[in-house]
Design a protein around this ligand. Sequence first.
Ligand SMILES: C[S@@+](CC[C@H](N)C(=O)[O-])C[C@H]1O[C@@H](n2cnc3c(N)ncnc32)[C@H](O)[C@@H]1O
Length: 247
Amino acid sequence: MKWLMQNVRQRAAFAAKNPGYALGAALRELTLADERFLAKITGASVEAIRGYLDEPISSPAFSRHLREAEQNFRELKIMSADLYAKKVLFPYAAVRALKPQVVVETGIANGVSSAYILLALHRNQRGTLHSVGLPDPAYLPEGKEAGWFVPKWLRKPWQVHLGDAKEILPSLLKELGRIDIFLHDSLHTYEHMLWEFEIAYPFLRLGELLFADDALWNSAFEDFARKVGTPEARILHGVGVLRKNGA
Ligand SMILES: C[S@@+](CC[C@H](N)C(=O)[O-])C[C@H]1O[C@@H](n2cnc3c(N)ncnc32)[C@H](O)[C@@H]1O
C-alpha cells in the first residue's frame, strides 16, 4: 500500500509518543478493519476499497501535484491537512465506491479534501461537489484564495459557496433537494457539528454517508449517531463515518 510509505518519519515519531494508540492503529492496519468497514457500508469489496485508497498516489498528475504542493506548503510554513493521510483517503474511497451525484462538504481552507473528492468524481466521470466555507485568511497563505490547492483540471464539477455554513447550508440543501454524501470539516465545536449533522441528515439519501472530520474533538458525532440509531457508525483515524439508517 503506497500511502503507508508516506510520512513514515512523522508516523514513527507519533507512535513513540502515543504507544497505546499506535498499537491499536497497527492492529487495525493488519486486520484491514477500516477497509472492511468501508466495504460493508459501501457494498464494495475489501479489495476494491484497497485499490481506491491507492489510486490518488498512483495517479501521475495528482501525485505530481501533491509533491509540488507539499514543497509549497513547506516554503510558506502554513498548516494544512496532511496531504497523504489515510483520513483524507476515506471520503475518496467512498466516493469512488458509491459514485454519488451530489456531494456537499463544509470547510474549504486550502482545499485538500476538496481536491481528493474532485479527483474521485473525475475518475467516476459523474457528480458535483458543493464546498461551503469561510474565506478565512487565518487558514490560508497570503494572497491565496480558499481552495487554491485544487488543480485547474479538477475544477469543472466544483461549486464553491463562500460564507458561513450557518447562512449557506439551509438554502443550499433545500435547493439541491437530495444529497448523496455530506462531509463536515468546518467549525469543530459541539454545537456547530451537531447543527450541521441535524440540518444535512434529512437531505441525505437512505443508505448514503455522512463524514465528520475531527470527530474525536468532542462527542457530537457519537451523540448524533446514537440519536439517529444507525448501527453503522464508526470513527476511523479521527474521521466519523455513518450510513443513514434504513438502507
Ligand atoms: C479544518 S479547515 C478545513 C480543511 C479543508 N477541509 C482541507 O482539507 O483543506 C476548517 C475551515 O472551516 C472554516 N470555517 C470555520 N467555521 C466555519 C463556518 N461556520 N462556516 C464555514 N466555514 C467555516 C475555516 O475558516 C477553515 O477554512
